[in-house]
Design a protein around this ligand. Structure first.
Ligand code: NAD
Ligand code: ZN
Length: 241
């Protein structure tokens, strides 16, 4: 496969748009397809507000287990390369659909989390939104004793407006968009890369498989995240090992 030359000094605003494939390299399962979480679990029983209202304990059992598995995962080389690029280059944004916190664990800051984080919980009461890494978690809110829920975007939930707007702005202003490990089927997140195309940015997709949105990218690197980033920017990868 021909690796395109993308000199970093040619780009002022890079956006990394990431999905579950990035963390698959750290042992976390993806969502769709064989071995994916939603082929094993029915989201209607575990990942929507209706399920939570019906049986919060069952939904929390599922999420406690997700938190346990995610808590044991370490960021991979690709996470570290992205974090390093963000630290070294002002104007680099990270927009993720992942809820595992691995970008931050690799040293990234200001990660735009489109689908929230398993490491936050929320309750409707004032100050109900809280960062929380406890395992297992106290399921009832200490202030009002209602069940609190993970601060993630479940199926049928609306997207959180702040992150969506921040993502749209970053992507519309970028000159290089690198999409990594996302199947591109979940909207509105999946529509964001089109914004970059419209303003003439260079768009690169990194995914071992073809996706429904592959045609939106000028470059498709059919390889894993770490291998692709190491091929594009070997010096940065070397410093991130
Ligand atoms: P996905 O599982 O749909 O796709 C993962 C992609 O990663 C696949 O295209 C696969 O080919 C690719 N991949 C596999 N290994 C790779 C590697 N080593 N390097 C690069 N790519 C690799 O994941 P997604 O696109 O992030 O899906 C997003 C959707 O998942 C969410 O929008 C949502 O539906 C679901 N999700 C749900 C919740 C929830 O609890 N409701 C939370 C987060 C995400
Ligand atoms: Zn409360």
């Amino acid at each position: 496969m021909t690796i395109p030359v993308l000199p970093l000094d040619r780009y002022e605003r890079i956006v990394f748009f990431t999905g579950a494939g990035l963390s698959a390299e750290c042992g976390l399962p993806t969502y769709r397809g064989a071995g994916g979480i939603w082929s094993e679990y029915n989201y209607e029983d575990f990942a929507c507000q209706r399920a939570f209202d019906r049986d919060p304990e069952k939904v929390w059992d599922f999420h406690d287990e997700r938190r346990r598995i995610m808590g044991e995962a370490e960021p991979g080389l690709a996470h570290r390369v992205i974090a390093r690029l963000q630290q070294e280059r002002a104007g680099t944004a990270i927009v993720t659909q992942n809820i595992d916190g691995l970008h931050q664990q690799a040293g990234a800051t200001e990660v735009i989390e489109l689908h929230g984080s398993v490491w936050r919980v929320r309750c409707r009461c004032p100050d109900g939104l809280q960062e929380n890494h406890d395992q297992p978690i106290e399921r009832q809110c200490p202030a009002c004793s209602a069940y609190r829920r993970p601060d993630i975007v479940w199926f049928e939930d609306p997207m959180q407006e702040g992150p969506l707007r921040a993502a749209a702005t970053a992507i519309a202003e970028c000159d290089l968009l690198v999409s990594i490990g996302t199947s591109g089927v979940v909207y509105p997140a999946a529509a964001l890369p089109q914004l970059a195309r419209q303003t003439g940015a260079m768009c690169v997709e990194i995914n071992p498989e073809e996706t429904e949105v592959s045609g939106q990218y000028q470059v498709n690197l059919r390889m894993g995240a770490s291998e692709a980033l190491s091929s594009l920017w070997p010096e940065v990868a070397e410093m991130s090992r």
